[in-house]
Design a binder for this molecule. Sequence first.
Ligand SMILES: NC(=O)c1ccc[n+]([C@@H]2O[C@H](COP(=O)([O-])OP(=O)(O)OC[C@H]3O[C@@H](n4cnc5c(N)ncnc54)[C@H](O)[C@@H]3O)[C@@H](O)[C@H]2O)c1
Length: 390
Amino acid sequence: MAVLKEVRIGLIGHGNMGRHHLAYLTKGEVPQARITAVADVNPQALQRALQTNPKVQTFEDGKAMIHSGLVDAVLIATPHYFHPGLTIEAFKAGLHVLCEKPVAVTAKAAQQMNEAHARHKKLVFAAMFMMRMSPMWRKVKEMVDGGAVGRITRVNWIVTDWFRSQAYYNSGGWRATWGGEGGGVLLNQCPHNLDLLTWICGVPNRVVAQATLGKFHQIEVEDEVSALLTYPNGATGFFCTTTGEAPGTNRLEIAGDNGRIIAGGSRAIEWVQTTVNTARFCKTTRESFAVPPTNKIVIEPGGKDLAHMGITLNFVNAILHGEKLIAPAEEGIRGLELGNAMLMSGLTGKPVSIPTNRNAYDALIRKLARTSKAQKTVQEARVDMGASFR
Ligand SMILES: NC(=O)c1ccc[n+]([C@@H]2O[C@H](COP(=O)([O-])OP(=O)(O)OC[C@H]3O[C@@H](n4cnc5c(N)ncnc54)[C@H](O)[C@@H]3O)[C@@H](O)[C@H]2O)c1
């Protein structure tokens, strides 16, 4: 592979998210990256891209851009169903890939992306999990990894501050349909939370969930989910989300034998440390109502949150200088599979084990997609994604 001095990036999908990526890349905020091309199936979206950056080449077909010779890497910001097909095509053409979240709709498709990457190991494959750039979440991860709560016994995340209006859902034909999006709050808003949860606390091995379809909005998919989680070490968890509540709450609690961390929203991290191990104290104290003594520490993580731009910068530095990826896209399958498990449990009313039966989940989503308003979109997605959605 030729040694690059700069990375020529091609953006696929110039919608809400693509516009943001194009703007900071055009301003030169990522050194050694140059945006050279934009692809979008909508000619008006390409016209808008040219208004932001008249120098880019435009393509109405992402694959044509991939094979144009104008790009070293692609940033994929299309609706989720198209992520796997475009990623796999880019690897075949020898391009590095930065894929928006969620990496795919189903864990089976994510697995196919990972298998394709395994065949092209020298190519960098990153995911736009920009919440991993947040100083707060980085600190929580560092604390948990460093044993701040000891052995985790309970994880609760109430993340109900994802309010979305009906106008939001009406703004794109693919949104909140089984055929166009493949899920609701778990697949559009919560991939960030599910990624952080699995990044920080690991992956549960059992889920029992309640998911309500179109409870607050006229949509086909889930806009409210409550899930009970069980972890391999016996720890329990609760994850609750919706796009129908205001003002909403964002509160993650991670409790363990050595204390508890509370984080989320704009609050500082609260760390209450037990001065003795809780499990040991429970067994050894002779007092009926004694509780382990604690110290409370409030942590205000400093530093700027470079968000999306930071992930793209890291991606470019990984390509040019071998920098370690902050959000390797292979890890996208973890949060995705947890979300798939929640939805499958919610839809079937049964507990779901992780690893899930990925073929069964795929079949379930395909069945729902056949009844979807966005049937045309899913047909197009199947053609575009080739083997990955058959
Ligand atoms: N990381 C984040 O913070 C964040 C925020 C918003 C959206 N996203 C993700 O970005 C993706 C796009 O979301 P959005 O809100 O920008 O959607 P959007 O509908 O606003 O834009 C999608 C764009 O992709 C184009 N498109 C559709 N199919 C295409 C194809 N096959 N090839 C090329 N272009 C195609 C559409 O014409 C549209 O311009 C989603 O996967 C979403 O989850 C990430």
